[in-house]
Design a protein around this ligand. Structure first.
Ligand SMILES: [Zn+2]
Length: 283
């Protein structure tokens, strides 16, 4: 292909510059020439417009981050080299020599590749930042969830305590209330306890200075009748040896003669098997 002159309406001279123009890669002189052509060529104008989404995506994908300086310099240096090629080839075309294949035409694909590279780097930096934000967000959610869980547990604890306090008040106000004082036995000489029993409303038990439980064991409270000990319930002391509990007892329970506390296997047993830690006689 031989050219003798560059005319604004010579589409074949300009069609390869649309990408370079859209991405800001033309020299001032090339840019002026291209814009004159652009004003009369609907095809090139349309192609330039077609780069708008790419530029918008680039701008939106990484508003805060630039590609690393070293990479940017490499890209700009390479673009500069291509510009030289383009200018050389441009001058050559004006003096009517045969255009060398791959000179001017090599320019647009290269710019596109450079743009893709920049896009990849900026999108990479962007997704890295998003991953960082996501990790921070996940940590916040974990913190909030932990706080909510702790708060839920606290509410549940308070509700349980409130419910127990109400039960205690109900029992202690019973007209048939019987008080039993329990004394520590040889295995727990310092332990003491009080039981308040109402056949109609239940049994309130409060103990102090109980020895810590061995693993896999529980304290079990018994209402001892003339026939047999009847299990009232299980309890575990706080670290300071205090224990408080409210139990229901069977309505048809025979008259109690004593209340006792033993240590039994976890889960309790139907009849006492372990040492007595506390014993109190019913008057
Ligand atoms: Zn054109």
């Amino acid at each position: 292909m031989t050219r003798t002159v560059t005319l604004p309406f010579d589409h074949s001279m300009f069609r390869d510059q649309t990408a370079a123009y859209a991405l800001g890669g033309l020299t001032t002189e090339e840019r002026s020439e291209f814009e004159v052509h652009l004003s009369v060529c609907a095809e090139c104008a349309a192609e330039v417009r077609s780069y708008a989404p790419v530029l918008t995506a680039l701008a939106e994908s990484a508003p805060q981050s630039d590609p690393p300086a070293a990479l940017r310099n490499r890209v700009l240096a390479a673009v500069e080299g291509s510009s030289e090629l383009a200018r050389t080839s441009g001058r050559a075309s004006r003096v009517a020599v045969v255009e060398k294949p791959g000179s001017r035409r090599a320019w647009a694909p290269w710019l596109l590749a450079a743009a893709s590279l920049i896009a990849a780097v900026t999108v990479g930096a962007y997704s890295g930042r998003i991953r960082g934000q996501l990790a921070a967000l996940e940590q916040q959610v974990r913190h909030v969830t932990e706080r909510a869980d702790a708060s839920d547990r606290r509410v549940a604890d308070l509700q349980a305590k409130l419910s127990q306090d109400r039960a205690v008040v109900v029992v202690l106000n019973a007209s048939d209330l019987v008080r039993v004082d329990l004394a520590g036995q040889p295995v727990a000489p310092r332990a003491t306890a009080h039981a308040f029993w109402s056949r109609s409303r239940g049994l309130v038990f409060t103990a102090s200075s109980l020895p810590p439980l061995p693993a896999g064991r529980t304290y079990q409270l018994w209402v001892v009748t003339a026939q047999a000990p009847v299990g009232a319930g299980l309890l575990k002391p706080e670290v300071d040896g205090a224990a408080h509990a409210v139990f229901m007892t069977p309505a048809d329970l025979a008259k109690p003669v004593a209340i006792a506390l033993t240590i039994e296997p976890e889960g309790g047993v139907p009849a006492p098997t372990g040492d007595k830690y506390l014993v109190g006689l019913v008057n």
